[in-house]
Design a protein around this ligand. Structure first.
Ligand SMILES: [Ca+2]
Ligand SMILES: [Ca+2]
Ligand SMILES: [Ca+2]
Ligand SMILES: [Ca+2]
Length: 323
């Protein structure tokens, strides 16, 4: 019954047109970021590697494409340290263990994090042909992913590794039914266990991530890296008006722990990133969230159960402040 409910919520959550944009419209995060591995971590990337998972529901039987916006490191969008001399390797995995291998969910790129079958790989440096444009991987058959019963679907894993250089690669993803444009798969979704991203420069822009907490979660520990003291990180949910997290400075981690409320289980939390004024520019941040067993919680780009809104009428408390 619980699985059925989970599936229902999952499909419901994935029907938005922008469900497969990574980052999504609900997150309002401008770019993912990965630096070359010769970079200093004080630029805001702790491990020079980022892993995303894409979920294709078994009800979809067409072909699919994984598209990467601004896959190059150079020209527009990217962050130069001296001349651009950085290479990124994008590797897409499917098949057995692509998702289910424990190392695939590691917060750090260690052990067999590249588990599964390598479906395709692309190494990109400075490349005007890919600058400010979409690179398309595929086509793939959904069954090339790893079938996961709990999701009633197939999972693909896309890893971006900064294999050389010291510059910052800014990029976005989209899982599409088309090679040439971004058309979402109904019921599809994407998620990560650690998120490295660029904040907006405009302090009025508010970004979000939505970790999903299952029924066994009792306490949650959030960890954020290189926030540069750029304002506040707030947690809210259907049952919680607001809780403020410990925030990090330059090149360091900050962590804080809180106990889940009863109405928060089986749903998504809303982590909101509120920049200060004047804002920190070009701010890159890493975040992950773990439960009391040290297991990392997935952030879905299309939050499970929808974007959580505080139910102030039921709780008999004040309405939340905007943003
Ligand atoms: Ca570029
Ligand atoms: Ca450089
Ligand atoms: Ca780029
Ligand atoms: Ca930063």
């Amino acid at each position: 019954m619980k699985k059925f409910l989970f599936l229902f919520i999952f499909l419901y959550a994935g029907t938005s047109v922008w469900a497969q944009a990574v980052p999504s419209q609900d997150e309002n995060i401008p770019f993912l970021i990965t630096f070359g591995k010769q970079s200093s971590i004080t630029w805001g990337d702790d491990d020079f590697s980022q892993t995303f998972f894409f979920l294709v529901p078994e009800t979809y039987t067409g072909m699919l494409f994984i598209r990467i916006f601004d896959a190059d490191t150079g020209g527009k969008h990217d962050e130069a340290k001296g001349p651009f001399d950085t290479k990124m390797q994008y590797s897409l995995y499917g098949g057995k263990q692509a998702y289910s291998h424990p190392d695939a969910k590691n917060l750090d790129p260690i052990g067999n994090y590249k588990s599964g079958n390598l479906l395709t790989s692309k190494t990109v440096g400075v490349d005007p042909k890919l600058d400010d444009k979409w690179l398309t991987l595929g086509p793939f058959n959904p069954t090339e992913g790893e079938y996961i019963e709990d999701f009633k679907g197939y999972i693909f894993k896309l890893i971006c590794d900064g294999i050389s250089g010291d510059d910052g690669n800014l990029y976005r993803y989209f899982m599409s039914t088309s090679a040439n444009e971004n058309i979402a798969i109904e019921g599809g979704n994407a998620f990560a266990f650690e998120y490295s991203f660029r904040m907006h420069d405009d302090p009025n822009e508010v970004s979000h991530i939505y970790p999903f907490v299952d029924e066994k979660v009792i306490t949650v520990e959030q960890s954020n890296f290189d926030w540069d003291n750029d304002g506040k990180i707030r947690v809210s949910s259907e049952a919680r008006l607001e809780l403020f997290c410990a925030v990090s400075g330059d090149g360091v981690w900050a962590r804080s722990t809180f106990v889940l409320l009863e109405g928060e289980k089986g749903k998504s939390l809303n982590f909101t990133f509120l920049k200060k004024k004047p804002a920190v520019l070009n701010n890159n941040v890493v975040i992950y969230v773990r439960n009391q067993y040290g297991e990392s919680l997935p952030f879905y780009t299309s939050p499970i159960g929808g974007v959580p809104k505080y139910k102030y009428k039921i709780q008999g408390q004040k309405a939340p402040k905007k943003n």
